[in-house]
Design a protein around this ligand. Structure first.
Ligand code: CU
Length: 154
Protein backbone atom coordinates (compact mmCIF):
# COMPACT_ATOMS: atom_id res chain seq x y z
CA UNK A 1 0.00 0.00 0.00
CA UNK A 2 1.52 3.25 -1.00
CA UNK A 3 -1.50 5.45 -0.46
CA UNK A 4 0.12 7.34 2.41
CA UNK A 5 2.83 9.26 0.52
CA UNK A 6 0.35 10.02 -2.23
CA UNK A 7 -2.03 11.50 0.29
CA UNK A 8 0.78 13.60 1.79
CA UNK A 9 1.71 14.87 -1.62
CA UNK A 10 -1.91 15.73 -2.32
CA UNK A 11 -2.11 17.65 0.95
CA UNK A 12 1.01 19.56 -0.03
CA UNK A 13 -0.68 20.47 -3.32
CA UNK A 14 -3.75 21.65 -1.45
CA UNK A 15 -1.67 23.82 0.88
CA UNK A 16 0.23 25.29 -2.08
CA UNK A 17 -3.05 25.91 -3.87
CA UNK A 18 -4.53 27.73 -0.88
CA UNK A 19 -1.37 29.84 -0.56
CA UNK A 20 -1.49 30.79 -4.23
CA UNK A 21 -5.20 31.63 -3.96
CA UNK A 22 -4.58 33.77 -0.86
CA UNK A 23 -1.76 35.56 -2.64
CA UNK A 24 -3.96 36.20 -5.65
CA UNK A 25 -6.68 37.62 -3.40
CA UNK A 26 -4.15 39.90 -1.68
CA UNK A 27 -2.73 41.17 -4.98
CA UNK A 28 -6.24 41.55 -6.37
CA UNK A 29 -7.36 43.64 -3.39
CA UNK A 30 -4.23 45.77 -3.65
CA UNK A 31 -4.93 46.48 -7.34
CA UNK A 32 -8.59 47.26 -6.66
CA UNK A 33 -7.57 49.49 -3.73
CA UNK A 34 -5.14 51.37 -5.93
CA UNK A 35 -7.80 51.95 -8.59
CA UNK A 36 -10.26 53.19 -5.96
CA UNK A 37 -7.59 55.53 -4.57
CA UNK A 38 -6.85 56.92 -8.04
CA UNK A 39 -10.26 57.02 -9.66
CA UNK A 40 -12.68 57.03 -6.75
CA UNK A 41 -15.18 54.36 -5.89
CA UNK A 42 -16.86 52.94 -8.97
CA UNK A 43 -20.35 52.70 -7.61
CA UNK A 44 -22.48 50.20 -9.42
CA UNK A 45 -25.89 51.35 -8.34
CA UNK A 46 -28.68 49.18 -9.66
CA UNK A 47 -32.02 50.81 -10.40
CA UNK A 48 -35.32 49.12 -11.01
CA UNK A 49 -37.54 50.58 -13.74
CA UNK A 50 -41.15 49.51 -13.36
CA UNK A 51 -44.44 50.53 -14.81
CA UNK A 52 -46.23 50.52 -18.11
CA UNK A 53 -45.75 52.98 -20.89
CA UNK A 54 -42.70 55.22 -21.13
CA UNK A 55 -40.33 55.72 -18.20
CA UNK A 56 -37.69 58.46 -18.25
CA UNK A 57 -34.63 57.64 -16.13
CA UNK A 58 -31.95 60.18 -15.28
CA UNK A 59 -28.45 58.89 -15.98
CA UNK A 60 -25.51 60.84 -14.57
CA UNK A 61 -22.15 60.77 -16.35
CA UNK A 62 -19.24 61.70 -14.08
CA UNK A 63 -15.44 61.43 -14.28
CA UNK A 64 -15.48 58.38 -14.61
CA UNK A 65 -18.66 56.62 -13.76
CA UNK A 66 -22.24 56.14 -14.91
CA UNK A 67 -24.95 56.28 -12.23
CA UNK A 68 -26.98 54.19 -12.03
CA UNK A 69 -24.73 51.58 -13.61
CA UNK A 70 -27.42 48.95 -14.05
CA UNK A 71 -31.06 49.31 -15.04
CA UNK A 72 -33.41 46.38 -14.51
CA UNK A 73 -36.42 47.12 -16.68
CA UNK A 74 -39.86 45.57 -16.62
CA UNK A 75 -40.69 43.75 -19.82
CA UNK A 76 -42.71 46.01 -22.07
CA UNK A 77 -41.55 49.25 -20.45
CA UNK A 78 -40.46 51.85 -22.98
CA UNK A 79 -37.21 53.28 -21.64
CA UNK A 80 -35.95 56.81 -22.27
CA UNK A 81 -32.64 57.86 -20.74
CA UNK A 82 -32.11 61.47 -19.71
CA UNK A 83 -28.33 61.52 -19.94
CA UNK A 84 -26.71 64.36 -17.99
CA UNK A 85 -22.98 65.08 -18.01
CA UNK A 86 -22.14 65.99 -14.42
CA UNK A 87 -18.41 65.60 -14.96
CA UNK A 88 -15.69 68.08 -15.86
CA UNK A 89 -14.84 66.31 -19.10
CA UNK A 90 -16.68 65.57 -22.33
CA UNK A 91 -18.62 62.31 -22.27
CA UNK A 92 -21.20 60.48 -24.34
CA UNK A 93 -23.29 57.37 -23.95
CA UNK A 94 -23.66 54.85 -26.76
CA UNK A 95 -24.97 51.35 -27.21
CA UNK A 96 -22.06 48.93 -27.51
CA UNK A 97 -23.07 48.07 -31.08
CA UNK A 98 -23.29 51.75 -31.98
CA UNK A 99 -26.96 51.68 -32.99
CA UNK A 100 -27.95 54.49 -30.62
CA UNK A 101 -25.85 57.22 -29.07
CA UNK A 102 -25.89 60.68 -27.61
CA UNK A 103 -23.68 63.36 -29.08
CA UNK A 104 -20.52 64.27 -27.17
CA UNK A 105 -21.89 66.14 -24.17
CA UNK A 106 -20.00 69.08 -22.74
CA UNK A 107 -20.01 69.43 -18.93
CA UNK A 108 -23.53 70.39 -17.86
CA UNK A 109 -25.17 69.34 -21.12
CA UNK A 110 -27.80 66.65 -21.38
CA UNK A 111 -29.60 64.69 -24.05
CA UNK A 112 -32.44 62.23 -24.10
CA UNK A 113 -31.74 58.82 -25.56
CA UNK A 114 -34.82 56.83 -26.55
CA UNK A 115 -33.93 53.17 -26.01
CA UNK A 116 -37.47 51.91 -26.40
CA UNK A 117 -37.43 48.19 -25.60
CA UNK A 118 -33.72 47.80 -26.36
CA UNK A 119 -31.55 46.13 -23.73
CA UNK A 120 -27.79 45.84 -23.74
CA UNK A 121 -24.62 47.55 -22.64
CA UNK A 122 -24.00 51.24 -23.12
CA UNK A 123 -20.68 52.94 -22.66
CA UNK A 124 -18.81 56.20 -22.99
CA UNK A 125 -16.87 56.13 -26.26
CA UNK A 126 -14.11 58.51 -25.16
CA UNK A 127 -10.89 56.46 -25.14
CA UNK A 128 -10.23 54.70 -21.80
CA UNK A 129 -13.46 55.88 -20.18
CA UNK A 130 -15.13 52.50 -20.58
CA UNK A 131 -12.30 50.74 -18.76
CA UNK A 132 -12.49 53.35 -16.00
CA UNK A 133 -16.06 52.28 -15.29
CA UNK A 134 -18.23 54.30 -17.66
CA UNK A 135 -20.65 51.55 -18.58
CA UNK A 136 -24.39 51.13 -18.15
CA UNK A 137 -26.06 47.73 -18.35
CA UNK A 138 -29.72 47.68 -19.29
CA UNK A 139 -31.40 44.34 -18.85
CA UNK A 140 -34.93 43.02 -18.74
CA UNK A 141 -36.31 42.04 -15.36
CA UNK A 142 -36.66 38.33 -14.78
CA UNK A 143 -40.15 36.97 -14.21
CA UNK A 144 -39.40 36.73 -10.46
CA UNK A 145 -38.12 40.32 -10.32
CA UNK A 146 -41.15 41.52 -12.19
CA UNK A 147 -43.43 39.84 -9.63
CA UNK A 148 -41.54 41.49 -6.76
CA UNK A 149 -40.66 44.98 -7.97
CA UNK A 150 -39.33 46.12 -4.58
CA UNK A 151 -36.91 43.28 -3.84
CA UNK A 152 -33.84 44.49 -5.69
CA UNK A 153 -30.23 45.01 -4.72
CA UNK A 154 -29.74 48.70 -4.20
CU1 CU B 1 -16.54 59.52 -20.68
Amino acid sequence: MNSRPRRTRRRRFVIAGVAVAAGAVLIGSAVVGLFIAVYGLDTNVSKRVSGHGTQVVRIALTDFDVTPGTLVVDRGTHLVLNVVNEGDEVHDLALEDGRLRTRMLEPGESQRLDLGLVAGRLLCTVPLHKSLGMTLDVRAATAAEQRHPVATNR
